[in-house]
Design a protein around this ligand. Structure first.
Ligand code: PMP
Length: 401
């Protein structure tokens, strides 16, 4: 393992070759050449299906597809590759747990604890299943900085609590709640925990066994992999207790006109021809990521976010919602609407995002209508910070005229 070399890292992202100032990695990460090559190679040279056809290419690809599952299990220290279900992304992973694990267990009056800092992907599936079963979503409040208040958890846990849903890292503030403590407290009450790792997996891949996480959901596209591929990790006994959510080809061992027998885990949750290119690309992303000192890379992007925050804080009315050491810098400027500012920044080729960031309840808790959000990755550099700060100042001058 060598020290992190920012210029060498950046060079591997063809999307940056035109000098784009990309500060939207919390929405999706750009793709390195290694991932692009693996995906192109799949379509140009190896194209075939998996787990179905008998010909040689299909056999080879099935091996690669399953080997990628092993790699992914190692990435989060899952005990076995069977604990990894391929999904379309975090959203689908959470909906799978809501419909396939929780729904059959949820009685009228039961409770699901969800923090107020959650992305809608880790709220709406619980509201849907609560409505289906006449159960309730109970709010785990956030503190004044928007961080889920784990101290408030014990008072919310009771005999009716069926699940705790919590983010590993907020996509707005970058806050990383103490999930080890949350899991411990929930387990004392016999309550399983689902952790939304969409943001966290990039910055701090968890050891799901050490943290004793029951379900862990994340997306490939934020981890430098392709879009449309994601993961649900589940403990063996939980996955094995789940009935399939979607039916179709290859999720069963036998079918008649009146019944079917589901496949073993995880295949019973992967109905239909899967996103093979996505899995191949994801596998390339994990292999590529292993060639870097990711902790050093993380520190480097944190420093860029700190630099941007320091420089922007010279601007009158600047307010930051960033948690310490986060790579995500959500901010607003008093008297300026975030959508006006983002439009002007976009005209200056600064790619960032403004709005509620799919976290409306968090915006309500913070008493704001939205923010701008600059999110930093190790392929950014100090020039990006300078460009962002210059562009914000220029836009504010235009708005003041
Ligand atoms: N949770 C968090 C914290 C996120 O940031 C996102 C993506 N913005 C999601 C869930 C949903 O991920 P996806 O859209 O890839 O399913």
């Amino acid at each position: 393992m060598t020290d992190f070399n920012p210029a060498g890292f950046r060079q591997q992202f063809p999307a940056l070759s035109q000098g784009q100032c990309y500060l939207d990695s919390a929405a999706t990460a750009l793709k390195p050449q290694a991932v692009i090559d693996a995906t192109v190679n799949f379509y140009t040279q190896e194209g075939a299906t998996v787990h179905r056809s008998q010909h040689r290419a299909a056999q080879t690809l099935t091996e690669q597809y399953e080997q990628a599952r092993v790699q992914m299990a190692q990435w989060i220290n899952a005990p076995r590759s069977e604990n990894i279900v391929w999904t379309r992304g975090t959203t689908e992973s959470i909906n799978l747990v809501a419909q396939s694990w929780l729904r059959p267990r949820l009685q009228p009056g039961d409770e699901i604890i969800v923090s107020q800092a959650e992305h809608h992907a880790n709220l709406i599936p619980w509201l849907i299943v609560a409505q289906q079963c006449r159960a309730h979503v109970v709010t785990l409040p956030v503190d004044k900085y928007g961080i889920p208040d784990i101290n408030a958890l014990p008072a919310l846990l009771n005999g009716k609590t069926r699940l705790l849903a919590l983010t590993q890292m907020s996509n707005v503030t970058g806050a990383m709640p103490d999930i080890a403590r949350a899991v411990e407290q929930a387990h004392t009450n016999g309550t399983p925990v689902l952790i939304d790792g969409a943001q966290g997996v990039v910055h701090c891949p968890p050891d799901v066994q050490r943290l004793d996480i029951d379900f862990y959901a994340f997306s490939g596209h934020k981890l430098y992999g392709p879009t449309g591929i994601g993961v649900l990790y589940g403990k063996t006994e939980l996955l094995e207790s789940m009935t399939p959510w979607q039916g179709g080809g290859k999720m069963l061992t036998q079918a008649s006109m009146t019944d079917f027998t589901p496949q073993a885990v995880p295949h019973r949750f992967e109905a239909g021809t899967p996103n093979i290119a996505g899995v191949i690309g994801m596998s390339a992303a994990l292999k590529w990521l292993k060639t870097f000192d990711l902790q050093a890379a993380e520190k480097y992007s944190q420093r860029l976010a700190t630099l941007a925050e320091e420089q922007l804080s010279q601007i009158e009315g600047f307010r930051s919602f960033r948690c310490q050491n986060s790579t995500v810098l959500a901010f607003d400027i008093a008297g300026v609407h975030h959508s006006d500012l983002v439009a002007l920044l976009s005209e200056q080729a600064i790619a960032l995002r403004a709005g509620q960031h799919c976290a409306q309840p968090l915006m309500d808790a913070l008493g704001i209508s939205g923010t701008l959000r600059a999110s930093f990755a190790p392929y950014n550099n100090e020039q990006d910070v300078t460009r962002l700060v210059g562009a914000v100042k220029y836009a504010l001058d235009l708005l003041a005229d």
